[in-house]
Write a protein that binds this ligand. Sequence first.
Ligand SMILES: Cc1cc2nc3c(=O)[nH]c(=O)nc-3n(C[C@H](O)[C@H](O)[C@H](O)COP(=O)(O)OP(=O)(O)OC[C@H]3O[C@@H](n4cnc5c(N)ncnc54)[C@H](O)[C@@H]3O)c2cc1C
Length: 419
Amino acid sequence: MTSTRASTNWGGNLTYRASGLERPASLDALRRAVTSHKQVAALGTRHSFSTIADTGGTHIALDAMPARVEIDSARNIARVPAGLTYAQVAVALDAAGFALANLASLPHISVGGAVQTGTHGSGVRNASLAAAVTGMEIVRADGDTETVTDSGDLDAHRVALGALGIVTSVDLAVQPRYEVAQHVHVRLPWDAAQGHFDAIMGAAYSVSMFTRFLPEAVLSVWTKCRTDEDRALVPLERLGARPADGPVHPVPGGDPLAVTAQGGVPGPWHERLPHFRSSFTPSAGAEIQCEYLLPAERAVEAVEALRAVADLLAPVLYTAEIRRVAGETAWLAPNQGRDSVAFHFTFHRDAARVAEVLPVLDGALSDFSARPHWGKVSAMSGERLRRVYPRLTDFASLAKRVDPTGRFRTPFLRDALGF
Ligand SMILES: Cc1cc2nc3c(=O)[nH]c(=O)nc-3n(C[C@H](O)[C@H](O)[C@H](O)COP(=O)(O)OP(=O)(O)OC[C@H]3O[C@@H](n4cnc5c(N)ncnc54)[C@H](O)[C@@H]3O)c2cc1C
């Protein structure tokens, strides 16, 4: 076990206040690390932009824990150490002939961190990455280890913001490996994007639109098609878009080598579902992200509301992404109880100017019962969070029960949970 300090998050917009970093290499060492500090927080790969992973106490990272992925092929379940990244997990699963249902835009993030924040990819039938969790092992505040498998308990634990304990492993639903072909079309006129929104977003296994919400058009549409599915593609060319004539990076000016293969070339699920290759820096790097999820049926109205404030966002916006996420039952998933549309924003790493535009976004989406992504920044107060996340108060009671002394209680949690 070493003890140094993780100074900043991946995006560099946040300097952690934690005074130390523990890296236990065994379950016993992890349990000791939890109980030997008054305040602790699990640290994944530091890809959150909000202060969710920060603590005034000690960080505990799981990257030195045993890294074995165990697959129960009869049950289609893989037991995965929570400190592994999706890139590591995907390689192990694929080699054994298995796959996950979906991945986020990047595979660099830890399973524990992604699941705890409700991280998602896209797809009308794909819920968040946490929806694949069928069980978990967790170290509680008193150092005891518990296994959570009951479906009601899992709904409280899947997306739990690090508040209920340190997850050591998760059981993930897997399926036979499959291939995906990724096509990118550019410059889809707004009339077509809005007029055929549901058809476009539902026309492939996973679809993303990249835009700056300016009048210029939707900059690109990414369709990821499973080769074992027979879904009719929406004829984007007839709607006015054209196939990209080379690899497209979501961030204008970004390195095209960093993106997964496009041009309709079939390849393994884990090398097409994320936008970014695991061996390259994803996205822009020096950036700040924000994202809201709201009911899917209000997508086009929300697009209109965002187009109305595009000029205010433009000076600080690299790009925005529109995705679909299927509804799920996890209490704190941003898509809990409703099929959702997700509006993601990648801003320049200019904290002061981003702070000025966050209330603009918040205001534009305030009529849509929009829920912010836990790992990204937003201007929403704790009081408003509790209004848009209906199970947050129940969750606060549970957090108090399993962690009565507040060992996992961070400033972020105090604000969100209201204690
Ligand atoms: C370039 C980039 C692209 C992104 N793309 C997407 C995307 O496509 N979709 C999306 O939804 N999000 C996306 N995100 C956001 C990202 O997925 C989330 O912020 C996610 O939480 C990051 O995981 P992490 O391992 O870095 O977690 P961290 O930021 O390190 O931690 C996040 C939270 O999880 C808790 N935690 C971590 N590990 C454990 C554990 N083992 N047990 C209990 N709690 C734990 C922490 O305490 C903290 O509360 C992106 C972020 C970046 C930087």
